[in-house]
Design a protein around this ligand. Structure first.
Ligand code: DQA
Length: 141
């Protein structure tokens, strides 16, 4: 099984952003932890980061994997274009967030991917990504 992990705007700045919300890991360290966690479960991972909505849409549209884990950052709260894209591709998408989006500012409680993603994991820092890997492990067992 192969998964694509997409991280959106400002997630390349992890470790320089609020550590209270996002933890201490750099994106590279986070990706390495996710890669190891998935590998131990027989799953291989590709990683992609972009701060551009259109690039994320292109990546989603051309993905050739069994499942996608998406942390679209702030785009999760307002990108109807990414929502439409998720709706029209045939690959399941699991939405993840490092921080608990329901325990922060009101604008972060708005989830425009609700209804088109297969699952949401929020607030567990790197554990949110691990839970998404577990979701696919169970889905494709
Ligand atoms: C985030 C939460 C978003 O509200 C924020 O804009 C991010 C990161 C998270 O992983 O907790 O950039 O997606």
């Amino acid at each position: 099984m192969k998964l694509l992990i997409i991280n959106g705007p400002n997630l390349n700045m992890l470790s320089k952003r609020s550590q209270e919300h996002y933890g201490e890991l750099t994106l590279k360290q986070l990706n390495n932890q996710v890669r190891r966690y998935a590998k131990d479960r027989g799953i291989s991972c590709q990683f992609y980061q972009s701060s551009y909505e259109g690039d994320i849409i292109n990546k989603l549209e051309h993905a050739k994997v069994n499942g996608i884990i998406l942390n679209a950052g702030a785009l999760s709260h307002y990108s109807y274009a990414i929502r439409d894209c998720i709706e029209c591709i045939d690959i399941p998408v699991v939405e993840v967030h490092l921080s608990d989006i329901n325990a922060r500012e009101d604008f972060r409680k708005v989830r425009v991917f609700d209804g088109v993603v297969a699952q949401l994991y929020s607030g567990g820092k790197q554990e949110s990504y691990f839970r998404a890997v577990d979701y696919y492990k169970e889905l494709f067992k």
